[in-house]
Design a protein around this ligand. Structure first.
Ligand code: UDP
Ligand code: MG
Length: 321
């Protein structure tokens, strides 16, 4: 689809028990949208879409009230709480039918909304995906800052391609969203999937602010679960490590065998020790190598069942796409 100027922009907010934060967030975002519309930067049809992720508080009533006041505020509600990533996907997939680009942002104003202006500049310059990257984490607690750092390190050790210090604050064009819709995996980790899309990308830096109201919905347990999901949904490398460990152990086994045989020849051993040592080391390494081989096949099944698109077409000449 040709992008129309000015573009229709959708701002997608996943909301879980955000009754306290939403009014302020919507006020700030509406003001920003209003001024962008006035300047002719975005279409009058641009809108904000709140995704109520099965909240147990009055979030949905708040969204409804905000919609009555301003019809540019729209909403969907999920039948039950599915988590941030799924709420975000639901919002993006709903919005993509009505917009040229969608911007996902948390409902607590931690991501500086002013970065949206720069995201639009990059989008107008041809970027199809614009990542919001935190330039500082000073407002986060020491624990959150360092646990996040470990998380990114671990991801890169595991061979996962993610953008450092980018959460889910980003702009995606309609085309990028269409491609995203073809990734049908159930274990959703958008930060890992979006870089797989390809296309033109850009980065915008912003400061992370403290939450405007309410509390974080990501306690340690959820954060750990999220990191484990992220790694296991993208990398089969832990299984390869088992194979590597097996090979390493086999090499060690050769050295141990030499030592055991020499000790045996010099008669420095008690009866049964040499045969036991040889078999324990040998069998240990064979078991690990076998596990590694089985793991390699499981790794193949793992990538096959995801049924990710094998390629994404960027452009064509002489063909209508
Ligand atoms: N969120 C959600 N479903 C959940 C948990 C969180 O939609 O099950 C939303 C939440 O309302 C917020 C965003 O995801 O808009 C990020 O959550 P939060 O701010 O609590 O995380 P933190 O910034 O503390 O990591
Ligand atoms: Mg937050």
């Amino acid at each position: 689809m040709e992008s129309i100027t000015p573009p229709v922009i959708a701002i997608v907010l996943p909301c879980y028990n955000e009754e306290k934060a939403l009014p302020e967030t919507i006020k700030v975002l509406s003001e920003l949208c209003g001024s962008l519309k006035k300047d002719g930067r975005i279409s009058e049809k641009s809108f904000i879409i709140c995704v109520d992720d099965g909240s147990s508080d009055k979030t949905w009533e708040v969204i409804d009230r905000l919609h009555q006041k301003d019809k540019n505020v729209k909403g969907i509600t999920l039948a039950h709480n599915r988590g941030h990533q799924y709420a975000l996907l639901a919002g993006l997939m709903t919005a993509k039918e009505y917009c040229n680009a969608a911007i996902s942002i948390d409902a607590d104003l931690q991501d500086d909304p002013n970065a949206i202006v720069e995201m639009l500049d990059k989008f107008n310059d041809g970027a199809e995906i614009v990542y919001g990257v935190r330039s500082s984490r000073s407002s986060d607690t020491w624990f959150k800052r360092n646990s996040a750092r470990c998380f990114y390190k671990l991801q890169s050790i595991m061979g996962l391609q993610t953008i450092y210090d980018h959460a889910d604050y980003r702009l995606m064009s309609r085309r990028a969203l269409d491609i995203l819709s073809q990734y049908r995996e159930c274990n959703l980790f958008l930060r890992g999937i979006v870089p797989l899309i390809g296309l033109e990308t850009a980065i915008v830096y912003y400061n992370r602010n403290p939450r405007v109201a309410g509390e974080s919905k990501y306690p340690l347990k959820k954060m750990l679960q999220f990191s484990i999901d992220g790694i296991t949904s993208f990398s089969a490398s832990p299984m390869r490590w088992i194979f590597g460990l097996g090979i390493g152990l086999l090499l060690l086994d050769i050295m141990v065998s030499i030592y055991v045989l020499i000790s045996y020849l010099y008669g420095e051993t008690v009866s049964g020790w040499s045969s036991l040592m040889l078999s324990v080391w040998f069998l240990g390494s064979i078991v690990l190598i076998s596990l590694g081989v089985v793991g390699e096949y499981i790794g193949k099944i793992f990538t096959e069942v995801k049924a990710r698109p094998r390629y994404n077409i960027k452009n064509s000449i002489g063909l209508e796409l």
